[in-house]
Structure formats: C-alpha cells, structure tokens
Design a protein around this ligand. Sequence first.
Ligand SMILES: Nc1ncnc2c1ncn2[C@@H]1O[C@H](COP(=O)(O)OP(=O)(O)OP(=O)(O)O)[C@@H](O)[C@H]1O
Length: 333
Amino acid sequence: MTSLLSIQGLQVDIATPGGTLQAVKNLNLDVQRGETHCIVGESGCGKSITALAMIGLLPEKARITAGSILFEQQNLACLNEAGLSNLRGNRMAMIFQEPMTCLNPTLTIGTQLTEGFLRHGKGNRKAAYERAIMLLEKVGISAADKRFHQYPYSLSGGLRQRVMIAMALMCEPDLIIADEPTTALDVTVQAQILATLSELKSEMGLSLIVITHDLGVVARIADNVTVMYAGEAVETGTVSQVFGNPGHPYTVGLQKSVVGSADRDSQRLSVIPGRVPSLVGGLTGCRFRNRCPHAIPKCAEADIDMSELEADHTYRCLRNVSAGRPEMTGGVL
Ligand SMILES: Nc1ncnc2c1ncn2[C@@H]1O[C@H](COP(=O)(O)OP(=O)(O)OP(=O)(O)O)[C@@H](O)[C@H]1O
C-alpha cells in the first residue's frame, strides 16, 4: 500500500551562532490513510522541526539537507513556496499548541475560517459560510453563527482550539498535523478535544500526525507511534508494540517517568535523569548513551541503525541486538 506521507532519510540542520545544529537526523516515517501517528519525545528532540519540515514552515535558519518527504508521491522537500502554499491549508493543515499565535486578533473568527477556503478556490462566500458553520457545530461549538462573527479574544482557550480544528478542516485536507494540540488546556478540555479530533478523523477519513510529549495522549488516540530522541527516531511501531514490548531503553524510561510521576493526570515526562545532549556539531554513536543504564563503550563508537524487533516494530539500540535484550524492564533510568 502506498503511504499518504512517506519521510525517508530526512535531515534538518539549523545554523546557530555555535555551529550547525542537527535537529533531525536520518528520519524515516510513514503514515497511511486514516492512521493516527503520534511522534513522542522530550522537549528538544526534534518533533516540532519535523512537523514544520513536513508543512514547509521551517524557521529561517533551518533547512532540509538530506532526504525526502513524499506526500502522495510528491516530494515536499523540493517544492518551492508557491507549491507548498498550494498544499498548505488545502491538502494538509496544521494545528498549533497555542491558537492565539495563529489566530489574528483583529479579524473575526468567520473571516479567518473562510479565508483559506476562498483563497484555494473551494467555493463562493455562501459556500464558505455554510461550511464554516457546519464545521463549528461539528467541533462542538454551539451558537455557531454568533461565534462566526466574534473575535478570538471572546473565546476560551478550549473554544479557540476547536476553532483551529474547524479551520484545519475547511478545505477537506487529507492530513492534519497537530503540534501539542492540547498541552495548553486543562485535563478535562484536553480529553474533549482529543475525542473530537479522533471522531472527526474517523468520520472524514483523515490521517493525523500528533506531536506530543504526553504518553496519555498517545495511549488515547494513536494507532502507530514514533519515539524521537535527540533528533533521531529511536523506536517505531504500533502503540501496543512500542509500549507493550519496548526495544529502546529511552522508551522504557518514558514509560517509567509516567508511572513515577506525581502528576498522574497530566502524564508529563519529567523524571528521566540527565538531559538531551546538545545537537550542535557532530554526534556519533547512540545519542541516549549518557542517560542509559545499559550503555557499553561500543555504543559510542558508531551510529546505530534501526533493527527489527518484530514485524513493523523497529528500534535503534545496540545492546538489544548484541546482548539479547538485557534486563530492559529491570533497568533504572
Ligand atoms: N529557530 C530555531 N533556532 C535554533 N534552534 C532551534 C530552532 N528551533 C528549534 N531549534 C532546536 O532544534 C532542536 C529540535 O527542536 P524542536 O522544537 O523540534 O524540539 P521538540 O521536540 O519539538 O521540543 P518542544 O516539545 O520543546 O517543542 C532543539 O535543539 C532546538 O533547540
């Protein structure tokens, strides 16, 4: 089956005053039609840069230096701005963590909802209005016509995020990329928004990529998951494979950090000792080795390839291969 989105060997470098920062390295990721794929990892692991590369919105100093991002066979890494802007908001859309950074405070919700629809030539003003109202209702906003004419500041954070979801759906995209869509919301609203996203995904046959550091979000909505660490994918597979039979010590650490967290409701990743290494300059070998209880000198010698643990479940760890998966569940991170 051809993937809707297929990322192969993606590398994104960012020019910084201290040197080149390798934000994403040799990333492979496939998303099928109708799939929800979560990308999970701590802050600074390259999740957002991956998402921004997919949608062609990388920061000024960042550039794709290797690899391809095939969206329905078209390589987005080679598209110019006109080509990308034709896809953005149309075939693929993005939902950000904080809607206020995307919503224009000086324009009504309705103007912002219909702008992309009209720009992409999806229909006239009447069709745009009708679709906007239909979607506002679908995402759970009552008194849709009243909201249509309001400005963003009149809405709560949860309602603004619902508006962002409606906006993402205006042009009937095939793929929605949501970067920490519920992080800024309280737990109850989070659950409601995730449920809405999942329902709409099924109803509209969308594919969803959800970037998160929250394993609770992954458990609720994902079919497949990619665990990222320091710019690399370290494990990928179905949710039950990756969290039921983890191959990488970092995945084990993520799970333990949730179990050990005092704040169980929010399921934040907080207790893996140590930090993500600086990604500036050349990094060789396993990037997790300084925090890994299973590390051996060989982990530092050369970059480690992904290995197959079972069908469709891969991980990037030398020790599992060479030492027959040493006490992975017994190690203390
Ligand atoms: N505009 C930028 N300029 C310089 N470095 C950047 C920029 N944006 C991201 N980075 C760096 O790229 C790396 C990956 O960052 P990214 O934002 O993708 O991580 P993340 O996993 O999404 O983390 P978070 O959850 O905090 O957003 C980090 O080292 C980060 O400091």
